[in-house]
Design a protein around this ligand. Structure first.
Ligand SMILES: [Zn+2]
Ligand SMILES: [Zn+2]
Length: 113
C-alpha cells in the first residue's frame, strides 16, 4: 500500500487525465506496429507516451480481452512497458459490445430514461 494513487489509477479512479483521453492526428507519425504513416491517421498514447495508431490499439486490446477475458490488467502494447491500460483509454478504444460481453468496467447498464 505504498503507492495508493497507483492503485486508484489502475482502478480508473485516479487523476490520470486532466480531461478525457482522446485520439490525435499527428503529422509525420508512423505507427510502430503496422508501419502505417498515412496523413490523418488517428493515434493514441497513454501517459507513458507510447503512441500507436488507433486501429492497432483496438486490435491489441480486443485480442487481449478475448484471450484473457479481462481488461483490468492489460499493459501498454510497447514491449517491456508496464503501464496498465486505464479504463478511460479502454472506454475510448474498445468497442461497446466487447466491453458489455466481458463486463469489465464499473459500468452501469441500468440507465433507463
Ligand atoms: Zn498501427
Ligand atoms: Zn507504454
Amino acid at each position: 500500500m505504498d503507492r495508493p494513487e497507483e492503485v486508484l489509477e489502475n482502478a480508473g479512479l485516479g487523476q490520470d487525465y486532466l480531461g478525457q483521453p482522446k485520439t490525435q492526428v499527428l503529422p509525420g507519425f508512423t505507427c510502430d506496429i503496422c508501419c502505417e504513416d498515412e496523413p490523418g491517421l488517428e493515434t493514441y498514447a497513454m501517459k507513458c507516451g507510447h503512441r500507436y495508431c488507433v486501429d492497432c490499439y483496438r486490435q491489441y486490446l480486443a485480442q487481449k480481452i478475448k484471450d484473457e477475458g479481462e481488461a483490468g490488467r492489460i499493459q501498454c502494447p510497447k514491449d517491456g512497458c508496464n503501464r496498465i491500460v486505464d479504463s478511460k483509454s479502454l472506454d475510448l478504444l474498445v468497442a461497446v459490445d466487447l466491453k458489455y460481453r466481458y463486463v469489465i468496467f464499473d459500468w452501469n447498464p441500468n440507465t433507463t430514461d
